[in-house]
Ligand binder design. Structure first.
Ligand SMILES: C[S@@+](CC[C@H](N)C(=O)[O-])C[C@H]1O[C@@H](n2cnc3c(N)ncnc32)[C@H](O)[C@@H]1O
Length: 236
């Protein structure tokens, strides 16, 4: 099996316990990171209609957040589409959000038409995309000119220090034990710290976004920089 197929198979395997493990491992704080990201971008679209695409949507939590925050901010959602290659994650998403539209596809081949979306998000997904450069070009193609790209991700640390050591201890020693116990799949939760190490630091990812035709509007670390938010705009 190719690397990308193995990653998707791993998500198929952990899909039934993904939400519980996620809430326990993040102690619920991921909700506040998602909320901040959605609010920040939706403020640009008050009193208008938007098309939103959530790539690597998994079980649909980011889609749920887009819907609730849009309702609060007076933004009308014309279309809200979730894209993910894992049938297991999509099945869980469909159970939670029966009215949402889901498409089984990879980030670099979304099947959507060009200049379709006002907002495209990917939360804790880009690290898993093997064809990352192609995916960023695809996001640029699918977004309208001036449209917003929102990425939430665990980035590699550029500086070493006490907080980095603490985070690494949690990710490498504690998280695989808890995630493994909940999902009965320790290997999948050992993959998480390894995939962060294999990803970029925040600056490196900003460079990739700029190369793909985006202007960085915000690059912000949350909770001792555990999670990073990138908000970028399609400028070419
Ligand atoms: C950690 S989960 C994140 C799910 C969801 N976005 C969230 O915030 O909870 C990562 C997701 O990325 C998906 N994924 C893996 N490789 C992908 C690819 N090449 N293109 C799109 N999604 C991918 C997985 O199937 C999985 O659902």
């Amino acid at each position: 099996m190719q690397k990308q197929e193995k990653i998707v198979q791993m998500f198929n395997d952990i899909a039934p316990t993904y939400d519980v493990a996620n809430r326990v491992l993040s102690m619920g704080v991921d909700v506040s990171w998602r909320k901040y990201a959605c609010k920040k971008v939706l403020k640009n679209y008050q009193n208008s209609e938007v098309k939103i695409v959530d790539v690597a949507c998994g079980t649909g939590d980011m889609m749920g957040m887009w819907q609730s925050e849009a309702g609060l901010l007076g933004v009308k959602i014309d279309e809200l589409i979730g894209i993910d290659p894992s049938s297991g994650m999509l099945d869980e998403g469909r159970k939670k959000f029966a009215g949402f539209k889901f498409i089984q596809a990879y980030a670099d081949k979304t099947t959507l038409e060009s200049d379709f979306a006002d907002i495209l998000s990917i939360s804790y997904g880009i690290r898993n995309v093997v064809a990352r450069k192609e995916a960023l070009n695809e996001f640029n193609r699918v977004l309208k000119m001036g449209g917003h790209l929102v990425v939430l991700e665990f980035t590699k640390r550029s500086k070493k220090g006490f907080l980095t050591a603490l985070r690494d201890f949690y990710l490498q020693k504690i998280l695989p034990k808890i995630g493994g116990a909940i999902s009965k799949n320790k290997e999948a939760y050992e993959y998480l710290p390894n995939s962060i190490e294999g990803f970029l630091d925040a600056k490196g990812f900003c460079n990739e976004l700029e190369n793909a035709g985006f202007k960085i509007l915000e690059c912000k670390g949350f909770s001792m920089e555990i999670s990073t938010l990138f908000v970028a705009q399609k400028v070419r």
